[in-house]
Design a protein around this ligand. Structure first.
Ligand SMILES: C[S@@+](CC[C@H](N)C(=O)[O-])C[C@H]1O[C@@H](n2cnc3c(N)ncnc32)[C@H](O)[C@@H]1O
Length: 248
């Protein structure tokens, strides 16, 4: 399942495992610059929304909207393809870890350009899925899923009329539990609640996930994981192909 309706199922406990990560938040904040007005598209529960600007969120899933804190910015229930705002209404449009869920990326990006002077997009490189040992060695079906739905950053930059793109290294203790967040905490992937908050894993058939999880459990117990990947435990952050794009 792709698109807005997926999060009615997989978004249920989103805010437990998907808390904004401070180092990613700093990068997004810097990218906002002096913007006074922000539209956050695919806003989910409001991660990374600044509290010192005027923010309006756009989010299609009721399950996600219901997890927005009481004090969060007001939200419209809508999709990327038809933003219910006039042209040039906002200084900046943000789209954070959401574009790979859109069914018509071209139209969604055109809408970001129509309603805001600048665009800030956080995403990942679909061709680098196998950089993460977990995907490469244990659940390769996840890479196939992301390669099928996430657009290449060059394509996004072109459609946005040019952009700067900077890598976003993932800290070892990343508090936003997306797929790459646990690269230095291998035991975390054994936890079904962790996997439920990662869209690709939550959307795959169990038969594509569980055999890999069992193998990982075995490799952690036998020491095989540490033998192959122990050097990662010395690193504080890792470039896994996540990026931040700024356009306009
Ligand atoms: C991984 S979550 C990210 C949420 C939030 N931006 C964050 O960083 O925590 C992806 C979000 O995209 C939303 N989404 C899916 N399809 C969408 C669409 N067509 N238009 C707008 N949002 C969409 C989902 O409902 C979900 O809330």
């Amino acid at each position: 399942m792709r698109g807005p309706s997926a999060y009615e199922t997989i978004g249920r406990a989103y805010t437990v495992r998907r808390r904004p990560d401070p180092s990613i938040a700093r990068r997004i904040r810097a990218a906002l610059g002096d913007a006074a007005t922000v539209i956050n598209v695919g806003a989910g529960a409001g991660s990374y929304e600044p509290d010192d600007r005027t923010v309006v969120a756009v989010e299609p899933s009721m399950v996600m909207l219901s997890q927005r804190p009481v004090a969060a910015a007001p939200a419209a229930r809508a999709v990327d393809e038809a933003l219910p705002f006039p042209d040039d209404f906002f200084d900046v449009a943000t789209a954070l870890l959401t574009v790979h869920h859109w069914s018509d990326v071209e139209r969604g990006l055109a809408e970001l350009r129509r309603v805001a002077g600048r665009q800030v997009v956080f995403g990942f490189d679909p061709s680098r899925q196998l950089d993460l040992w977990f995907t490469a060695e244990y659940v390769p079906a996840s890479a196939a899923m992301e390669e099928g739905r996430a657009p290449a950053v060059d394509e996004l930059a072109e459609r946005l009329g040019g952009a700067t793109v900077a890598p976003v290294p993932i800290p070892h203790d990343c508090s936003d539990g997306f797929l790459g967040a646990y690269w230095r905490r291998p035991e975390a992937y054994l936890d079904p609640d962790v996997r439920a908050s990662i869209s690709s894993l939550a959307q795959l058939d169990l038969s594509d996930v569980e055999p890999g999880i069992e193998r990982l459990a075995g490799d952690l117990e036998s020491g095989a994981w540490h033998e192959h990947h122990g050097a990662l435990l010395e690193l504080d952050e890792l470039d896994l192909g996540y990026w931040l794009l700024v356009a306009g």
